[in-house]
Each structure stands twice: as C-alpha cells, then as structure tokens.
Design a protein around this ligand. Structure first.
Ligand code: SF4
Ligand code: SF4
Length: 137
C-alpha cells in the first residue's frame, strides 16, 4: 500500500533553539545500543545509567523512561539535549514516528507542537522510511 508521504512532499527542518518535543509528557525509549552509547557518554556503566535514570525494562533489550510535566527528561538542559550526540534513536527520528506519519492529518496535528513541520526542504520517501524504521531495529 502506498503511503501518503511517498507521494506528497514532507517538509521538515528542526527549529534552532526549540526543545518542545523534549518537554512533552510521554516515554523515551532506549534499546541496548542507545543505553550503551548514552552510558559511555555519561561515564557510567550501562547498569549504573539505567539505575540513575530509572529506566524501566520493557523486554530484555528495551527500556523506557517516563517524562511527565513535573519530571521532564533529565537530559534536557538549558542549551538543549545534553546527550545530543548519542541521544536515543527515538529522539533522533522525531517527528518521523509511525504515529505521526500514519495519515497526513496526524502529521499536520504533530505540526501544532512541532514548528519544524512544514519548514525546510522536502524529505525523500527513503529518508522518511529510514528514520521511521530506525526506532526499533
Ligand atoms: S534524551 Fe535528549 S532529545 Fe531525547 S527527550 Fe531527552 S532531552 Fe530530548
Ligand atoms: S518540536 Fe520540532 S522543531 Fe522543536 S525541537 Fe522538536 S523536532 Fe525540532
């Protein structure tokens, strides 16, 4: 089945200085590689990292960290993501998440809180798919 984003232009360019997507309540997901990279970057062992940031196991290879209005992502600093070079794939792939790409309407709705949607150059279907599929390898 052809997806709408394979035939219509999908414009997106992250807005400098914006951190809105990091402040929305929800879950940040980490796979094994995300934990390893973020732990090394933070000078911690994977075990210490999971304990310190209260990552809850989902299965043997995936963890989740809850973000609420009262408890924002602990990696969000005044200048943006403090683990930016190694941030989890889920964060890197935003806004190209399946839930946002499901329909054109869902994409436009995501644009209500993501000012980068509709801006910048059009992304090729291959790049959109690559980002979308990078979340759960
Ligand atoms: S890890 Fe970084 S990019 Fe992901 S939600 Fe937290 S601050 Fe934002
Ligand atoms: S909400 Fe959109 S524009 Fe803002 S930081 Fe997130 S991806 Fe970038």
């Amino acid at each position: 089945m052809t997806r709408w984003w394979e035939v219509e232009p999908v414009r997106f360019q992250c807005e400098k200085g914006c951190t809105t997507c990091c402040t929305k309540p929800g879950w940040v997901y980490f796979d094994k590689e995300d934990v390893k990279n973020a732990a090394t970057f933070s000078d911690l062992s994977p075990g210490e990292f999971k304990k310190r940031y209260q990552l809850e196991p989902m299965d043997s290879d995936h963890w989740e960290m809850e973000v609420t209005e009262n408890a924002p992502c602990p990696f969000l600093g005044t200048e943006g993501c403090t683990i930016h070079p190694v941030k989890p794939k889920q964060c890197r792939a935003f806004p190209f998440w399946e839930e946002n790409l499901r329909t054109r309407k869902a994409w436009q709705k995501t644009g209500e809180h993501c000012p980068g949607i509709g801006e910048g150059p059009a992304w090729s279907p291959d790049l959109v798919r690559q980002n979308k599929d990078s979340i759960w390898p």
